[in-house]
Design a protein around this ligand. Structure first.
Ligand SMILES: NC(=O)c1ccc[n+]([C@@H]2O[C@H](COP(=O)([O-])OP(=O)(O)OC[C@H]3O[C@@H](n4cnc5c(N)ncnc54)[C@H](OP(=O)(O)O)[C@@H]3O)[C@@H](O)[C@H]2O)c1
Length: 295
């Protein structure tokens, strides 16, 4: 069996068309334009690429973006002051502080300063807690994107054995929580594996849906996957460059071997990656609707 490819690129395109319509509707029916502020410290090339693509996506959907690029030596007080100002700005509905921040800045202090109603990354403890009790305002973008990939590909999640490899606060734990919710598109039986898990393959081989966010290139091979499983590969690793200087990427899953065993699989690139950014746009629109009392 060769697996069906779950194209995040295609599904993200579908969702962005829906979001474009929604932004248009908000403009004509409610005279409002959702706004996202991005804050970037320093000149890390990967972070710049991420922020550029977020700003570009805002433009293509009709979302107002305001961009704050600050030097890497900006002190914590200045950054906190900017966040506090954005919290009060009624044209800004979502605030995104691009991570990682330089070492002299306390990341968690900054994230805690963002108004939870504008926390479109879903990292504020208030939003983490709301997800935990099943009443989320904002779902974190990558985990929400994974759920959407499954739902929109027609994968049955209810009752499925889902195994998540990785327990980070940005991917592993929240995706497990999302799929555990007592709601449509969830209701799975979820196991989380990490570096202290004994006999990880025994767990992964049981998975109807295997979600891998280990941050280790090709950590999962075909021997660790059940016949007919659905495999979602969150990892992104640059493993070289083409003659034209383009990055060669791979994921946490050995795609070539696993695709012969799985029923469906996400590629890298073009799988989870494109979903993260559209879910950020989804959250920004939701934040604007919340601010206007529309949800
Ligand atoms: N496409 C996207 O939009 C997107 C978004 C976010 C992240 N990513 C990618 O996804 C990957 C994971 O990101 P992350 O932020 O969650 O990583 P992370 O913070 O490094 O967490 C990795 C997790 O995997 C576990 N782990 C590592 N090696 C393992 C192994 N051999 N067996 C079992 N568990 C193992 C670690 O366990 P311990 O807790 O025990 O250390 C940890 O919980 C990275 O490649 C990242 O670049 C992609």
């Amino acid at each position: 069996m060769t697996a069906e490819i779950i194209s995040g690129k295609e599904i993200a395109k579908q969702i962005s068309e829906e979001l474009k319509q929604e932004v248009r509707r908000l403009k004509y029916e409610h005279q409002m334009v959702p706004g996202l502020a991005t804050v970037l410290l320093g000149d890390d090339p990967a972070s710049q690429v991420y922020v550029n693509s977020k700003v570009k996506m805002c433009e293509s959907l009709g979302i107002r973006s305001s961009r704050y690029d600050l030097p890497s030596e900006t002190n914590e007080a200045t950054l906190l002051e900017l966040v506090a100002r954005l919290n009060k700005d009624f044209q800004v509905h979502g605030i995104l502080v691009q991570l990682p921040l330089p070492e002299h800045i306390d990341e968690s202090k900054v994230l805690m300063t963002i108004d939870p109603g504008k926390d479109v990354d879903g990292f504020h403890p208030v939003n983490v807690g709301k997800l935990m009790i099943g009443e989320p305002d904002f779902l974190p973008c990558t985990p929400h994107g994974i759920q959407q990939l499954l739902v929109r590909s027609g994968v049955e999640i209810e009752g499925a054995d889902v195994v998540v490899v990785g327990r980070s606060n940005i991917v592993g734990k929240p995706v497990a929580n999302i799929l555990l919710q007592k709601k449509p598109g969830a209701n799975a039986t979820v196991t989380i594996c990490h570096t202290r898990t004994r006999d990880m393959a025994a767990h992964t081989r049981r998975a109807d849906i295997l979600i891998v966010a280990a941050g280790k290139p090709k950590a999962i091979n075909a021997d660790m996957v059940k016949d007919g499983a659905v495999v979602i590969d969150v990892g992104v690793h640059r493993i070289g460059k083409t003659a034209e200087g383009k990055s060669i990427l791979c994921g946490d899953v050995d795609f070539e071997s696993v695709k012969e065993k799985a029923r469906a699989i996400t590629p890298v690139p073009g799988g989870v990656g494109p979903m993260t950014i559209v879910m950020l746009m989804t959250n920004t629109i939701k934040a604007a609707k919340m601010a206007a009392g529309l949800v």
